[in-house]
Design a protein around this ligand. Sequence first.
Ligand code: RFL
Ligand code: PHB
Length: 389
Amino acid sequence: MRTQVAIIGSGPAGLLLSHILRRNGIDSIVLERQTRAHVLERIRAGLLEAGTVALLREVGLGARMDREGHPHDGSWIAWEGRPRFLIDTKKYTGKQMTAYGQTNITEDLFAALDAAGGKIVDEAANVQLNDLTSGQPYVTYEKQGRTIRIDCDYVAGCDGSHGVSRFAIPAAMLKTYEKSYPFGWLGIMSQTPPYPDICYCYHSRGFALASQRNPMLSRYYIQCDVDAKLEDWPDDRFWQEFKARCPQEMADSIVTGPSIEKSIAPLRSFVAEPMRYGALLLAGDAAHVVPPTGAKGLNLAVSDVFYLSRALIEFYRTGNTHYLDSYSDTALRRVWSAARMSWWLTMLLHRFADETPFEEKMRLNQFDHLLTSERAAAALAEQYVGLPY
Ligand code: RFL
Ligand code: PHB
């Protein structure tokens, strides 16, 4: 087979890239290791930056998001023993964040690609990237006992943090930066009316977050030990712990119910540089992972795809490689800003077992600084809502 761009991974990065390329007359094939059902079942992100919403609208994916998504003027921080603080994105940036699930975006993308004859191969095993610096790159994969070869001009590595694409870059040419945090997030989904606000809670028992998907679907998280086991967290224990970490009036208004999904995600920060090697261009979690505290992972995948699609469109229209050549530097500038914000918010809002009383005071003072300084509040709002592309 031959295509212009072979895309590895059918997460939001890979699907969105294929969709935008197709709208611009550029052919691509998406190779996905899992079944489509598996991809659609994964519950992940829920909060979209204004820039993500604008881009999705611009590429014809806004209809359902505008109907079902829920715009918010900001997100709250409820700190034990302190007044509530609003990360007021509307006031300081004029922009809103929108609650709309990654699952829905993925569904919208599959529907758009299916309707337009997009090519997505699922259950593509043993994907391998070959001859990336030869001028004649190709990808192979296995399906139903056969090995299939796809010749292409470019390979987009959109296969998430556990994919193969990043490992096709020789170790000597790749620099990686990593930090793991000594806790995870235990998340549940429940078919209950959500708490009306997106609210991050800091409490001496640990962090908690109330979020939402739609008027009858709520998403809640609590900080948990890295080695926590799902079987130790029946719903009752989860709700009890969640409520213990939020202010009384908030706890009283949370509508609880049976969970329909429950999972534990470890928290880490990871950035790989550069995001290009010959014909291979990395995008999304394949190149970088942020802890979910800042709600930035999916939004970064979308901004990478913005820069990458612009570069490929420019190349196929004019032969000019300017944007391709600057892709890694341009994308990484935005990645590092989001990595810093996500790290900062993670450090601010979680309990660290080995923390000294001094560090605890510093944490408290950082929050008080937000409460009392318009400039500090504005700086956080600007980063939280997402930097312009
Ligand atoms: P994905 O979504 O991981 O998709 C990669 C795809 O590649 C496939 N794949 C392979 N295919 C072929 N061959 C191989 N060898 C392959 N290896 C892997 C995988 O099966 C998969 O289908 O990466 P992508 O597209 O870069 O998208 C990134 C986002 O999914 C991720 O950053 C966000 O979900 C992170 N995130 C959040 N981001 C936000 O912007 N806002 C949020 O509110 C938010 N909340 C979250 C989150 C992530 C979480 N978890 C579970 C880590 C909340 C949580 C709990
Ligand atoms: C979510 O709704 O899943 C969500 C919201 C905000 C975050 C992280 C996750 O910071």
